[in-house]
Design a protein around this ligand. Structure first.
Ligand SMILES: NC(=O)c1ccc[n+]([C@@H]2O[C@H](COP(=O)([O-])OP(=O)(O)OC[C@H]3O[C@@H](n4cnc5c(N)ncnc54)[C@H](O)[C@@H]3O)[C@@H](O)[C@H]2O)c1
Length: 324
C-alpha cells in the first residue's frame, strides 16, 4: 500500500486511541497533529512521530501531503472541519456525533457528495462483536428497545454538557444507540413522538432525558429511552424481537444475551469486543479498496436528525416526521 498520510485533529483521549491504531497499520502514518492547545499537539507529534504540529487546522487542510484526517475535537467543530476537509478533498474519519444540528447534517452531506472523498463516522457499536451476533441471529426485528442511561460521567461544567460545544449526553452518547436502531432494522425511522426534558443538568439547559416511540418505514416500531444522571457504569442496551425470537446487546454492543439458546449463544466479549480498534483499519481499507465506509455521512445524519426530532417533540408535545 502507498503511504497514507493522516492528520489527527483533536489531540485528546479519542485522538490518542485512533492515532495509536494508525501507528500499527503498515503504510499509514500520523503525519500532522492539530489542537487548539499547542502543548497537546506537540506531545502527540512526538508520540506518533509526526512531521509537524500546529494549532491552525487550515494548515493541514492546505497541505497536499495529507490524504486523510481524523477529527476528534469537541462537537461544535465537527461540521465546520468536515466541510473544510471535504472541500480540500481529504478523506474523513469523524468521531460521533457527526453534527449537532439538522442543518449541519445537510451541509456535510452536500459537501461530501460534491467531493468524492470517503467519509466515515465512528459508530463503533456497528463493529462490536455482540452487535454482529445479534444482527445475524435476528436480521429483521419487529420491535427494538434501546436504553441509554449514562451515569453522571460529565458534570455540568464539562464541554460535553455545553449546549454549544457538546450538546449533552443524549446527543453525544445515545447517538450510538440511535444508529444501532437503524443498523439492526435496516429501515428508515419515519416518525417520532417523545416526552422528556432537562431533569439532571438544569444549569446547562440541554435536554438530558428522552423517552420516545419511533416508527420505521417497514412498519417495525422502536422505543428509544435515553437519560443522564444516576450512578454506576453506562447503562446501555438494545433489545430486538421478531417471530418468537429475541436478543439483547449490552454496553456499546460488546456483549450479547439470548435467553433462548436456540436463537443464539450468549457471549460476554468485554472490552476486546467493543469495536473501538476495528474502526480505523476499516476506514483505511475503504480508502485503499475504494469501497463504501461502514457508517457514512447519511448514517451520521440520521442519528443526529432522529435525536433533534426527539428534542423537537419534547418541546412541542407533537409527533415529528423524518425524511432521511
Ligand atoms: N466512540 C466513543 O465511544 C467515544 C468515547 C469518548 C469520546 N468520543 C468522542 O470523541 C471526540 C473527542 O472526545 P474526547 O473524549 O477525546 O475529548 P478530549 O477533550 O479528550 O479531546 C478533544 C481535543 O480536541 C481539542 N479541540 C477542541 N476544539 C478544537 C479546535 N477548534 N481545534 C483544534 N482542537 C480542538 C481539545 O483541545 C482536546 O485536546 C468527541 O466527539 C467525543 O464524543 C467517542
Amino acid at each position: 500500500m502507498a503511504d497514507l498520510n493522516i492528520a489527527c485533529i483533536g489531540c485528546g483521549s479519542l485522538g490518542g486511541l485512533h492515532s495509536d491504531v494508525v501507528s500499527e497499520i503498515e503504510g499509514a502514518r500520523i503525519f500532522a497533529c492539530v489542537d487548539i492547545d499547542e502543548q497537546k499537539a506537540k506531545q502527540f507529534c512526538e508520540r506518533f512521530s509526526g512531521e509537524y504540529h500546529t494549532t491552525d487546522v487550515d494548515k493541514v487542510m492546505m497541505d497536499a501531503n495529507i490524504d486523510a484526517v481524523i477529527i476528534t475535537t469537541w462537537h461544535d467543530t465537527h461540521a465546520p472541519f468536515s466541510i473544510k476537509a471535504a472541500q480540500a478533498k481529504k478523506h474523513v474519519f469523524i468521531e460521533k456525533p457527526m453534527a449537532m444540528t439538522i442543518e449541519e447534517c445537510y451541509a456535510i452531506q452536500e459537501a461530501v457528495a460534491a467531493s468524492g472523498i470517503k467519509y466515515m463516522v465512528a459508530f463503533r457499536s456497528r463493529f462490536a462483536w455482540g452487535t454482529r451476533d445479534l444482527k445475524k441471529a435476528i436480521p429483521n426485528p419487529k420491535v427494538t428497545i434501546t436504553h441509554c442511561r449514562a451515569s453522571n460521567i460529565w458534570g455540568d461544567s464539562s464541554w460535553a454538557q455545553d449546549p454549544i460545544k457538546g450538546g449533552g449526553q443524549v446527543l453525544s452518547q445515545a447517538c450510538h444507540l440511535a444508529d444501532l436502531m437503524y443498523y439492526l432494522n435496516e429501515s428508515e425511522p419515519i416518525s417520532v413522538y417523545a416526552v422528556g426534558g432537562t431533569f439532571n443538568h438544569q444549569s446547562t439547559e440541554v435536554i438530558d432525558t428522552v423517552n420516545a416511540s419511533i416508527k420505521f418505514e417497514n412498519g417495525a416500531v422502536g422505543s428509544f429511552i435515553a437519560g443522564d444522571g444516576g450512578s454506576g457504569g453506562l447503562g446501555f442496551f438494545v433489545e430486538v424481537a421478531a417471530d418468537g425470537k429475541s436478543g439483547m446487546v449490552k454496553g456499546h454492543g460488546e456483549d450479547v444475551v439470548f435467553e433462548d439458546p436456540s436463537v443464539g449463544e450468549s457471549k460476554i466479549y468485554g472490552p476486546a469486543g467493543s469495536g473501538m480498534r476495528e474502526e480505523i483499519p476499516a476506514f483505511i481499507k475503504c480508502i485503499v479498496e475504494d469501497t463504501e465506509p461502514i457508517a457514512t455521512e447519511k448514517d451520521g445524519a440520521r442519528a443526529t436528525i432522529l435525536i433533534r426530532k426527539c428534542f423537537e417533540s419534547v418541546r412541542t408535545g407533537e409527533i415529528q416526521f423524518l425524511n432521511i
